[in-house]
Structures are given as C-alpha cells and as structure tokens.
Design a protein around this ligand. Structure first.
Ligand code: UDP
Ligand code: MG
Length: 321
C-alpha cells in the first residue's frame, strides 16, 4: 500500500475569524490519517496568506512556530484565490508526493479527504471533490453557481460539474501542470486538461462557520468571465454569427428597399442612404468577426499550452518516467 507524504494547501484571505479552528480540525484529522497509516507522518498542512489585511499572517506565523506539521507562505499582496493555491502547491512540489487543496472556511467536508486518499491508493492521479448537496447554500448562490458550471460546459470548457477547488493531485500532475504558463489562471479548467486517471468524491457542502465570503457577486462575475474567456473563444465567435445573421437580414431589407424604390413608394434620397447603411453594417460585423477569429487563434498560441502530455512509455530507453 502507498503511504504518501501529503501536503494540504489552504489559501487564506482575511480568515482570522476561523483560522485557529481550521488549523485544529485539519491537524486532528491529519493525525488520524497518520495513525491509520493512510499518509506518511511527515505530511503537513500549508497555509498561504494571500495579502490579508487582518491578522491572518500573524496567526499563521504563530501556528507554524508551535506546530512542526504546519508551514506558512506569505504572498507579497493579494493575488487572488487561484494564485494563492498555485503558490502553496508550487513552493512545495519537490517535498511532497500528494497534494490536496481546500478552502480555509472548511465549507468542504474534510472527511472527504480520507475518501480521496482511498481513490489515490487505488491509482487515481486526480480526485475531484464534488458537492452533491448544496442545500446549505442560499438559493441565489446555488442557482448562480450551478448556472455557471452549465454555461461553462456548453461553451466547451472542460469543468467538472459542481467541483470547486477541493481536489487531490499527485506530484506528477503538478509537474505537468507547471507547463501551463497562463497568467489568467482558472484551475478548474486547466486540471481536467492534464488528463491521467481521475475520480470523483461526493460530499455535502456546509455553511461558512465564521467570517464572510471573499467572493461577493462582483468577484464571482469577474471569476466566471475569466474562466470563460480563458478557455473559450465562443463569445468572440458570437460576433461572427451575429454578423452573418445581420447580413442576411440586410439582404432581406435590401430586397424590400429595392422593391419600394421600383414601385415608387420612396422619397428621393432614402434608398441611397438606407441601402448602403444596412448592407455595410452587416458586412462590417462579419469582417469584425473574422478578425476576431484570428485574434482568437493568436490568443490560443500565446498561452503556449502543451500540445500533448505523455503518461508513460514502454520499450524505449526513457520509459521510466
Ligand atoms: N481566498 C483567497 N484570496 C482571495 C479570495 C479568497 O485566498 O482573494 C480564499 C479564502 O480565504 C478561502 C477561499 O479562497 O479560503 C474561498 O473563499 P470563500 O470561502 O470566501 O468563497 P466561497 O466559498 O464563498 O465561494
Ligand atoms: Mg467558502
């Protein structure tokens, strides 16, 4: 049986109200897992301070001084949830074999960590935590969040439905992930692109026990927009579709205008103004859409994502990956 050296990464932004409790609960759970020989005794918990304006960092500092199984990372300013997770993972990529990311408010059920490890020991390289019960979320949060996943999927973004950033990843996954150089990071979209065997673990999402959400509506919208535009050129393609639609309508209007002109139902000058206007606005939009298509291609290129990832090789000298 594999007994991995595990790192649990916890991004923290203004979490002073709940940090001690989170530390205690995670640490207790970590010890249980060590006792059950599910993880190695050197496994640790990493708290990443994402430029908090409250006492979060002082608290993390204190926790790490007294607890040999906690480590802290302080970012120089607020970089956002995704970058905080990234920092916690990448700063320790060589030191641990398995990584789990979880929010500081413990809205995600920590008991799911054990189930994730079971899947890991069965050979899964990525295990997604999926909320299958959102009854504690407000109607608004639930509807907007689930609508967001559906919209993303329809636009071709490979997100896992109802999975946020509670997931387990093998060290190998992080090594491959390091080749994705994009600055606008949207982990939920990138991780499924990496491939390898993945599994899901279902759990119930709890309410936030203390402190308040760091994702007010405005931030949520920015996050969703970033996710969509980082993975899909669909919004841009809409311009092209709209242009073609406009153009077809312009053709119909053109026929109407020509007919009106021929039957003498027009005032002088009307035809020569209205006809080019409708016609060229449709043509313009198509042209814009076409330019957009090329910009889309440039956008795909500059992201410089890997074009393939090899999982294993056999029969060659480099087969031991
Ligand atoms: N967070 C962060 N940086 C930010 C915003 C949030 O590191 O700029 C962390 C926050 O401390 C928490 C996690 O991201 O651990 C998720 O935030 P929150 O629980 O407020 O989001 P919600 O669950 O309400 O969507
Ligand atoms: Mg939360």
């Amino acid at each position: 049986m594999i007994v991995p050296k595990l790192l649990i990464v916890v991004p923290c932004y203004n979490e002073e109200a709940i940090l001690h409790k989170t530390h205690q609960r995670l640490q207790r759970y970590r010890e249980e897992l060590v006792k059950e020989a599910m993880i190695a005794p050197e496994s640790k918990i990493c708290f990443v301070n994402d430029g908090s304006r409250d006492r979060t960092w002082e608290m993390i500092d204190g926790i790490c001084t007294n607890d040999a199984h906690s480590v802290g990372v302080k970012l120089s300013r607020n970089f956002g949830h995704q970058s905080a997770i990234l920092a916690g993972l990448m700063e320790h990529i060589d030191d641990f074999e398995c990584f789990i990311t979880i929010d500081a408010d413990l809205q995600d059920d920590i008991e799911a960590i054990g189930k994730m490890l079971d899947q890991y020991r069965d050979g899964a390289m990525i295990v997604y935590g999926v909320r299958d019960d959102r009854s504690t979320d407000s109607w608004f949060k639930r509807t907007t969040a689930e609508g967001f996943y559906k919209l993303m999927q329809r636009m071709g973004v490979p997100v896992v439905f109802n999975h946020a950033d509670f997931r387990l990843m093998d060290q190998r996954i992080l090594r491959e992930f390091a080749h994705f150089k994009e600055v606008n990071l949207f982990l939920r979209g990138v991780i499924p692109l990496i491939g390898f065997r993945s599994e899901k673990v279902f759990y119930k999402r709890f309410e936030r026990e203390a402190g308040e959400t760091k994702y007010p509506l405005k931030k949520m919208l920015v996050f969703a927009w970033n996710g969509i535009t980082s993975f899909s050129t669909f919004p841009m393609r809409l311009v092209l579709y709209f242009g073609v639609f406009n153009f077809l309508i312009a053709l119909a209007i053109t026929a109407y205008i020509a007919l009106s002109y021929l039957t003498g139902h027009t005032v002088v000058g009307w035809t020569s103004i209205v006809l080019p206007m409708t016609f060229f606005s449709g043509a313009n939009m198509i042209a814009l859409g076409l330019i957009g298509e090329y910009i889309g291609k440039i956008y795909e290129e500059v992201k410089g994502r890997p074009r393939y990832i090899v999982e294993k090789k056999v029969g060659s000298e480099q087969s031991a990956v």
